[in-house]
Design a protein around this ligand. Structure first.
Ligand SMILES: Nc1ncnc2c1ncn2[C@@H]1O[C@H](COP(=O)(O)OP(=O)(O)OP(=O)(O)O)[C@@H](O)[C@H]1O
Ligand SMILES: [Mg+2]
Length: 489
């Protein structure tokens, strides 16, 4: 291999047909004269472009088709010319430099074209040189060079992550692997499970239990996830009234007065709230508006005065002190209930974290735009993250996540996109250059993803995600598949 040219952050390398360099692979350009090594990533490859080759290809094809058996080439000229035609230009992006054993993520020097030696480097070798020794390593798949791929859970801790890609590419599968590994290592994870599919992580395909089956709790709103008004408190209740139930200002003011009144008497219950509205001195229109909201709260069946049944985050975390996957099943619930649950839980978590009463929590939010109100996005990446809510967003609609969130993301797991708009949007918003993302992601097969960010030591890496042994449950239901099964019985 040889360097051909350099422009901005890009280097073009010439490779022989026999040198098998995979797209996404890393090369090290070792210039011994200055004792530096440049790390570059191959993001695309092309043929040598020359009109003389074109002429030759055409001539060759014509000769072959007109006189196929008259091959007489004692000097092997054609072999040489074929080799030339198959030579490739590898388009590479510069990722950094090794100097005196240290890695610097920028590169301000030019390696020698004549004396530099170029070699393919394995991803794991690169990682260990950049990251040094890491702990809490978990295997999540294999690299393109066929080696096990590990990430350190430390690099998910305290971070904002995004998993995105087209439908059925394997996003939820990866998310389940991350949840399992975190919980196995003692973390507290809350999952907003929009398709009710995460319960599968406690069972292997043969029906036996997985390592985390005793650290798992499945909560279904209105069934076993019920709150008491006293527990969620005034702030959350007002937030729900204002943001979820669109309570107008005047009505909200009356509500706050009623809540204050009940709280001062120590009887903030759903029953007392109904009676207080009935007997409250106010305009009949306001009373109607109050009742409408009150009935919406009732109809969500999320509230109860029976303290035995109601949910208490602290109690649950104390019970599962070795780690917990708390899966909130939001599938088959109305959008209103979903929003109330999310509002109530996030507010409560913030209160508890702010006062240091619970340890940090990892939050996995599938298709968050379906239940997260607009003002929460920024809150999650700033205030909540500061208190200790570390979020992973999972979505097949990348434009549903605000642009700013991508820029703040520490790790992005990118699956295939065929839609150019989606690809365009993600590549513009992430920290890696547009060319790399477009070229590598467009050709990704299912179950493969491009990992960008801290977990990948800022070296974008292609990974085939492992097929961990748990029940999937995420498959899309099919009409014909079921019919076939019925016919066969
Ligand atoms: N690495 C993998 N190994 C084995 N099976 C996988 C892998 N990734 C995904 N699958 C399977 O492929 C199917 C689709 O995966 P998954 O549900 O994770 O896709 P998704 O991207 O979340 O799709 P959607 O956009 O519909 O939510 C599932 O049946 C899942 O078990
Ligand atoms: Mg999914």
């Amino acid at each position: 291999m040889r360097i051909v040219s350099k422009k901005d952050d890009e280097i073009v390398v010439l490779a022989l047909p026999s040198e098998d360099i995979p797209k996404g692979g890393y090369l090290v350009i070792d210039d011994t004269s200055v004792n530096k090594e440049m790390v570059v990533q191959v993001y695309d490859e092309t043929y040598l472009d020359s009109s003389s080759f074109l002429d030759e290809i055409v001539r060759d094809e014509v000769i072959k088709s007109s006189a196929p058996s008259t091959e007489n080439d004692p000097l092997q000229i054609s072999a040489l010319s074929y080799m030339l035609m198959d030579m490739r230009f590898l388009k590479c992006k510069i990722r950094g430099t090794f100097q005196d054993g240290h890695f610097i993520p920028i590169s301000t020097w030019l390696p020698s074209r004549t004396s530099s030696k170029i070699r393919l480097v394995k991803v794991n070798e690169l990682y260990s040189k950049i990251l040094g020794r890491t702990d809490l390593n978990v295997a999540i798949g294999t690299t393109t060079d066929g080696q096990p791929y590990h990430i350190s859970l430390n690099n998910l801790d305290g971070q904002l992550n995004i998993i995105t890609g087209k439908k059925e590419s394997g996003k939820s599968h990866l998310s389940k692997i991350l949840v399992s590994k975190l919980v196995e290592n003692g973390a507290y994870v809350i999952v907003f499970d929009i398709n009710n599919e995460y319960a599968g992580i406690v069972k292997k395909t043969d029906g036996s239990e997985t390592a985390i089956s005793r650290k798992f709790l499945r909560m279904k709103p209105s069934e076993n996830l019920i709150f008491s008004l006293e527990y969620i408190g005034k702030r959350t209740l007002v937030n729900v009234l204002q943001n979820v139930l669109d309570t107008p200002g005047v009505t909200l003011r009356e509500f706050i007065r009623i809540i204050d009144d009940l709280q001062s008497k120590g009887c903030l219950t759903i029953k007392e709230l109904g009676e207080a509205i009935q007997n409250w001195k106010c305009n009949e229109f306001v009373r109607d508006a109050l009742f409408t909201r009150y009935y919406s709260l009732l109809s969500s069946k999320l509230f109860s005065d029976d303290l035995e049944d109601t949910f208490d985050v602290e109690k649950v975390l104390r019970q599962f002190h070795e780690g917990l996957a708390l899966v909130i099943q939001l599938g088959n619930t109305s959008p209103l209930t979903r929003k109330i649950v999310v509002e109530a839980l996030l507010n409560k978590l913030c209160d508890l974290l702010e006062s240091g009463r619970i340890p940090p929590i990892f939050l996995f939010a599938e298709e968050a735009h379906l239940y997260l109100r607009d003002t929460y996005w920024d809150d999650i990446v700033t205030r909540m993250r500061h208190y200790g809510v570390f979020t992973t967003f999972i979505t097949n609609q990348p434009d549903a996540i605000p642009n700013g969130i991508y820029r703040q993301a520490d790790n992005i797991f990118l699956y295939n996109f065929v839609n150019t708009n989606d690809l365009e949007m993600v590549s513009r918003a992430s920290t890696v250059d547009v060319e790399t993302i477009k070229s590598l992601v467009r050709t990704l097969p299912p179950r493969h993803c491009l990992i960008i960010g801290k977990v990948a030591a800022s070296m974008p890496t292609l990974v085939k995600v492992a097929s961990l042994d748990f029940q999937a449950m995420g498959e899309t239901k099919r009409f014909f598949k079921n019919r076939l099964a019925v016919v066969m019985h």
